[in-house]
Write a protein that binds this ligand. Structure first.
Ligand code: PBG
Length: 332
């Protein structure tokens, strides 16, 4: 169809918008629970649930309390959960050693989920920031984040997570060469089917603030992450990042944050056609929540609109703190 031939009044665009049923019939994009990955925060201990202050409606759970949440997510059709730990400050050090402890909170949680719940994917971040005393994703020497020594630790972290039963590893650290190193580690240890969803295009963003609060890395973070996360001025660079991760063995890639980077999502999906995900990050979530609390915007419709925008831009799915709210709405 050549839209230049369309002419008023033969064409009236409003005809197909006139009632809800016809809008539904011609909708180009839909959201399903299976499109969603639900990020969840963990704390040590028993029978405890803590509110994350900067993220209304988001909580940190002990392992026993997170299991029913995940069971419910599975029953609602959510495809996967992504786990993030709040690490006890006494377990943090310069090298993030706790990240490679097979008995760390994340590994215990993954084992427990896998022993108790079938049929939902479990994703784990590969990055050192929840474990380092300085809050960076790699190790530091003289104020510089070291690449190759960080990658070595990341491989050890990836391995204990795979051994615990993690389905999807999400390298979110932005060190160079880490996807290849992790993939080789997994292949070498027989984890042929452990998937990698790399945070391929991850920007040095101010929208991660509430998340750093949730995992307790905010207070300790020294400086910024601009020497390893991407510069928001750049788009072509994101295509190179994605290409490298794909060549290094990523099964799926992610663009993060979400809404300010829809152009990147669109370009990366168009260029490579890989399953490509958007992470609607903590700041995006909290902005919607905060504005809704003030009645400045309508929370539900802003939530739908934001997720539809990702799908329209080409996302295979979305990591979002709204996952459970969306799934509940979809069941109605
Ligand atoms: C850790 C990590 C971050 C997020 C996911 N993994 C924060 C960061 O890089 O500082 C952010 C998620 C969010 O804001 O919701 N590397």
């Amino acid at each position: 169809m050549n839209s230049q031939l369309e002419q008023f009044p033969l064409t009236r665009m409003r005809r197909l918008r006139s009632q809800e049923w016809i809008r539904n019939l011609v909708a180009e994009n839909h959201i399903q629970p299976s499109d969603l990955i639900w990020p969840l925060f963990l704390i040590d201990g028993n029978d405890r649930v803590e509110a994350v202050e900067s993220m209304p409606g988001v909580f940190r759970y002990t392992i026993d309390r997170i299991l029913p949440q995940i069971e419910q997510a599975k029953n609602m059709g959510i495809s996967a959960v992504a786990l993030f730990p709040l690490t006890d400050p006494t377990k943090k050090d310069e090298k993030g050693s706790e990240s490679t402890n097979p008995e760390n909170l994340i590994c215990r949680a993954v084992r427990s989920i896998k022993n108790n719940i079938d049929g939902i994917g479990v994703m784990c971040d590969v990055a050192l920031d929840p474990y380092t005393s300085h809050g960076h994703d790699g190790i530091i020497k003289d104020g510089v984040i070291l690449n190759d020594p960080s990658v070595e630790i990341l491989c050890a972290q990836a391995l204990v997570q795979a051994q615990a039963g993690c389905d999807i590893l999400g390298p979110s650290d932005m060190m160079d060469g880490r996807v290849l190193a992790i993939r080789n580690t997994l292949e070498g240890e027989g984890f042929h089917n452990t998937q990698i969803m790399s945070y391929a295009c991850k920007y040095a963003s101010s929208f991660y603030g509430p998340f750093r609060d949730a995992v307790g890395s905010k207070a300790s973070l020294s400086g910024d992450k601009k020497s390893y996360q991407q510069d928001p001025s750049n788009g072509d660079e994101a295509l190179r990042e994605a290409a490298l991760d794909i060549q290094e063995g990523a099964d799926m890639i992610m663009v993060k944050p979400g809404m300010p980077y829809l152009d990147i999502l669109y370009r990366v999906k168009k260029a490579y056609g890989l399953p490509t995900f958007a992470y609607q990050v903590s700041g995006e979530y909290s902005m919607i929540k905060a504005a809704a609390e003030k009645s400045w915007i309508d929370e539900k419709s802003a939530m739908w609109e934001s997720i539809l925008a990702f799908k329209r831009a080409g996302a295979s799915g979305v990591l979002t703190y709204f996952a459970m709210d969306l799934a509940k709405e979809l069941q109605k």
